[in-house]
Design a protein around this ligand. Sequence first.
Ligand code: PLP
Length: 390
Amino acid sequence: MAIYFDHSATTPVDPRVVEAMTPFQSDVFANPSSLHQAGRRARQAVDAARAQVAALLNARPAEIIFTASGTEADNLALIGAMATAPAGLNHLITSAFEHPAILETCQWLERHGTEVTRLPVDGDGLVAPEALRRSLRPTTRLVSIMAANNVVGTVQPIAELAAVTRAAGALFHTDAVQAVGKLPLDLAVLPVDLLSLSAHKLHGPKGVGALFVRDGVAVAPLIHGGGQERGLRSATENVAGIVGLGRATVLAAAERAEEASRLVGLRDTLLDGITAACPGAYLIGHRFRRLPGHLSVGFAGQEGEAIKLLLALDEAGFAVSTGSACSAAHAAEPSYVLQAMGFDPFRARGALRITLGRFTTGEEIARFIEVLPPIVASLRGITSPRRARR
Ligand code: PLP
């Protein structure tokens, strides 16, 4: 088994989550909308999971809408909020380095009459509240800024960004797919109106997510039908998946703080080990304002060889990433995330993303620090410094 350092792409399902889901993949198969006992048992399970997800975020159960993914939650938030905008409010603000689930949805909205502003990101991978303040207009309906970036791991000042937005009377959405279960998020305090999450990023199953919709915020559905999820997401519920998401949030609530400090320790050991052993290695993104288990590093002059580095590490038994799994087809192209942070096209091809999770051990980190330097050195021979400067 390879050592798995790609938790931002997806996480292994926690065995305790599998255990909670198992009955709902066999015996408890009834439709939660059925009125018989079996149906009512499935309904109870969905309702219990809704309360569990709400508890992690300090939200109300009725504010949680289950979806089939983080991507769907993002689409529902953006398209759903623009569809219910009062006449004349057709402006949306986002950042230049959001996940494609946001950027592509913004492009679609733009083609259908929404005016979109994309805020710049600084060299540390942060969005400035002041830049947001300057971009707000009387016609702004919605601001959508991710809580944590999936490629470089930086954590945005969501409380400030949301406060600036609320002061201007617009709605604030955050794509918190990478943040939920890793950072404390208290929606009783944060002035956030809409928040997306996805089970498979917090040791839950794939194909289930949720959108928090604050009480009183109007969102139109994308999927029409039998009226499940308060009419916001029709379709027979993915009961086992929803139960898995609920269990994953209970585990995150109980273990997050301890897990985060352990991961920060492992991450920092890894960073120190890499920078000590690989001359020219540099951290990408803010040193401290980052997800606990997330490291993005470049190797000066070797940025064009990131794919070779990934494949050599794969051969040596380590699963890492060059950026985001969502853009595998474009892996050799410059990363739009790094370009948004001011990297030139050559350097923007060169990140190594190493992301840790609940089951990562100190021995795995030590092994990686041993294995990486000779691989980086062996690739150095094939990259001329002259090319690196171009
Ligand atoms: N948003 C962010 C920040 C992500 O990292 C991802 C997944 O990579 C998504 C949205 C999409 O979530 P899902 O895979 O559940 O559709």
